[in-house]
Design a protein around this ligand. Structure first.
Ligand code: GLC
Length: 752
């Protein structure tokens, strides 16, 4: 008990009998007061998270809860079971410490938003924050108070199944959206009902898995790690993320789960993070599979010493840490720090004041607001990759029939995408149903599935598809990948359209009708074999519960597409890794240096052709670049300006350009600012995203879009691994894609 100012205050009394937290006691005082009460076993108990994935959890976890051997559970989403687990922990254990209750609420709970890669395609932090907020409110009704999101691993490899779960290839875009997700999940008041702890994962470098195979080795030079892979995590920490999750992956020979450089030097010493780190699923014991340790005891030693505070779904900590402390291999300070980090999160979440959940305190599942949020996100996530002859938007008034063809036109589960443990396909509105609702009263809407699924190689139903296409005014093909083809452990070596989809496209093209492809997928695909066979492409990712209405509105021009690519689309998988912010190299390719196999005389001397960084069979450019996305409006950029040609260190330059909508429909454009540092202490990318803004422009309207750029925004880690901005020359572009051509210059003076 602690007596302050004459008040007898039990610093950790629980909600059932607790006096309200005394405002004079800081969180830290409460943490330390409780820690001082705890036995070593109870401290280690807080460091242990167990799977409680069925309704009988209170039966098999009850005794461990009463003994204080469990600090967290995951994968239980029955509010009655969660409340019972909390009740046992709070009212039947010695110290009554509530549980963190974790769940992967990655892009929605029952109402599912677009996959995170699709959310990234909105380039809209407000939409991304709203999505996370809606997800938190739904998850919290079940007693979940912790999500294992945002996943913010930078990925430049579309073979990697988890690119679906990521925010794409760019550190700046991912950093902005990571902070938005943290704000959405955690709310303005972390202790408020409906706010849940976020978890920035997977720390760090997981997206660089060799060959895109999940869990594979990553080798990332520290300079690249600091300039590319770490910034989104720093952004999440600066946004107040409560937890981080260690990655499964081996980083330069030391798996992240045992990587002291990451967990202590970067996270604690440099970033001053005071939340807690959870391992990935059983990743502590997997240190012995990696071959870093010989057994669970050594694995527990390495992970705890490195700074992983809680073990997810493993028993190395609970089985070995007490002995490791007794034999002096692990300091008690290590345990105290880990337990304190976890308790701090619990106090911040208000769990000691309100450990129990009453769903009536929160909005209902699938509320009108949540569904509208899901639709808004889907609308802004779809990227129009091409639109020849203004094939889109369709005008129902000038048509009489439409053919919908393909396995993903009416796939309520598949459109939800990967990582939707709790997604409810019953809530899904598919494109087919949405199109019927939108235009079925004035158009004859025909539908043929044509393929059992995207991987099917049986084409016997193609004839029927060709028949309805031939007899309709337009054919809309719904192609892509089912949910199972991306996500964890679901990488692909060939990222073209699976199965016989390309043949189906060819057959429908042969009808001579306008052909539109709507593609649902969990990754960028190599579309080279169909891109010239269709007149327009809407790339919809896996758009979630309201993907259908969003696609219907975009097809028929109720709204204009406005998404922009968050990841590069290669021409061929052999180009990977391919990304926009590459280094120039000493022999950069240009159109006139590229040599194509069919141009080469077999006798040409090897050293007389090309001599720059390209592929003979693919060139060096992607099919569609990062930032690309078309609109029904006609956007033109002009009159790019700098506020001043030279600034000193610590000063700001404003870079602006005019954006004109010369089209006849109003639409939103994501205006992008890219900068190149021409000479650096280490080589710098040929351009880097440094700003973006979504603006709505009316037909005939011209707006000037401005970006303020401080010299700190141009900082990078140099050879000595310190953050630096150097004087020198800079180029800047403003446009609607990473291949924007409108350019200006400015410089940072050596001293001013
Ligand atoms: C998985 C994933 C991680 C997830 C965790 C709990 O293996 O790597 O992202 O949060 O286990 O489901």
């Amino acid at each position: 008990m602690a007596a302050f100012f004459g008040l007898i205050v039990n610093p950790y009394m629980t909600s059932s009998i607790a006096a309200p937290a005394n405002a004079r006691l800081t969180t830290e005082q409460r943490v330390q007061a409780l820690l001082a009460k705890m036995t070593l076993a109870e401290k280690i108990g807080q460091m242990s998270q167990l799977n409680a994935s069925d309704g009988h959890a209170p039966d098999y976890l009850g005794d461990d809860l009463r003994a204080g051997r469990i600090g967290s559970v995951l994968n239980v989403v029955d509010v009655d079971v969660v409340n019972e687990l909390q009740r046992i922990a709070v009212e039947e254990s010695r110290l009554g410490i509530p549980l963190m209750v974790g769940r992967d609420v990655i892009h929605g709970f029952k109402t599912v938003m677009p996959i995170p890669l699709g959310q990234a395609a909105t380039w809209n932090p407000d939409i991304v924050e709203a999505n996370a907020r809606a997800a938190a409110l739904e998850a919290a009704t079940t007693g979940v108070n912790w999500t294992f999101a945002p996943m913010i691993d930078i990925s430049r490899d579309a073979r990697w199944g988890r690119i679906a779960e990521s925010l794409g290839e760019d550190a700046f875009l991912a950093s902005e959206l990571a902070a938005a997700m943290v704000r959405g999940y955690q709310g303005e008041d972390l202790s408020a009902k409906g706010s849940i702890a976020a978890c920035a994962k997977h720390f760090a470098g997981y997206g660089a898995s060799e060959s895109g195979r999940d869990y594979a080795t990553t080798n990332i030079p520290e300079n690249e790690l600091r300039n590319v892979y770490l910034p989104p995590f720093k952004s999440a920490v600066d946004a107040g993320v409560v937890t981080l999750m260690a990655s499964f992956s081996d980083l330069d020979g030391v798996p992240a789960t045992a990587n002291e450089f990451l967990m202590r030097q970067v996270l604690r010493e440099e970033w001053q993070f005071d939340g807690f780190v959870v391992s990935d699923w059983n990743s502590v014991r997997q240190l012995s599979v990696h071959g870093l340790t010989a057994n669970d005891r050594d694995a527990a030693f390495e992970a705890a010493t490195a700074g992983v505070d809680m073990e997810m779904a493993g028993d190395a900590y609970i089985s070995h840490l007490e002995a490791l402390v007794s034999e002096g291999r692990v300091d008690i300070e290590t345990i105290d720090t880990a337990a304190a980090n976890i308790l701090r999160a619990k106090f911040r979440l208000g769990l000691f004041e309100h450990p129990y959940t009453d769903p009536a305190d929160l909005p209902p599942i699938a509320s009108k607001e949540a569904l509208q949020t899901a639709k808004n996100a889907a609308l802004q996530s779809v990227v129009m990759l091409k639109n020849d002859h203004d094939t889109l938007p369709l005008n129902a008034e000038t048509m009489s029939s439409i053919a919908l063809i393909g396995p993903l036109a009416d796939a309520p589960y598949e459109q939800l995408g990967t990582w939707i443990f709790d997604g409810d396909p019953e809530l899904s509105v598919t494109p087919m149903h949405a199109i019927h609702s939108l235009v079925g009263h004035e158009l004859d809407v025909r539908y043929v599935r044509a393929m059992k699924n995207s991987r099917s190689r049986a084409s016997e139903a193609f004839d029927e598809a060709v028949e309805i296409a031939s007899d309709s005014d337009v054919a809309v093909l719904f192609l892509g990948e089912e949910s199972i083809l991306s996500g964890e452990a679901h990488s692909r070596a060939d990222i073209s359209l699976p199965g016989d989809q390309a043949e189906l496209v060819r057959r429908i093209r042969a009808t001579g009708k306008p052909v539109i492809a709507v593609i649902l997928a969990g990754r960028p695909l190599t579309l080279t074999n169909i891109v010239d066979q269709v007149d327009a492409i809407l790339f919809a990712w896996h758009p979630g519960t309201m993907g259908g209405p969003a696609i219907a509105d975009l097809l028929f021009g109720v709204e204009s597409p406005s998404g922009k690519l968050p990841a590069t689309f290669p021409r061929m998988v052999g180009q990977i890794p391919i990304y926009y912010n590459q280094k120039n190299t000493g022999k950069p390719p240009t159109p006139d240096t590229v040599v194509h196999i069919d141009d080469i005389d077999a006798h040409a001397p090897q050293l007389s052709t090309g001599m720059t960084a390209f592929h003979l069979d693919a060139g060096y450019t992607p099919l569609f670049p990062f930032g690309h996305g078309l609109s029904y409006a006609s956007f033109e950029y002009g009159d790019i300006r700098v506020s001043v040609e030279e600034i000193g260190l610590g000063e700001t330059v404003t870079i602006s350009a005019e954006l004109t909508n010369s089209g006849d429909v109003a639409a939103e454009e994501v205006v992008q600012l890219y900068v190149r540092d021409l000479v650096g202490n280490v080589t710098r990318p040929v351009r880097e995203l440094k700003g973006f803004r979504r603006v709505r422009v009316e037909p005939g309207q011209t707006v000037r879009v401005e970006f303020d750029l401080h010299t700190d925004d141009l900082a990078f880690y140099g050879r000595n691994m310190t953050l630096m901005t150097e004087p020198g020359e800079f180029h800047a572009w403003i446009g609607g894609s990473s291949d924007a051509e409108l350019r200006t210059e400015f410089r940072i003076a050596a001293s001013k």
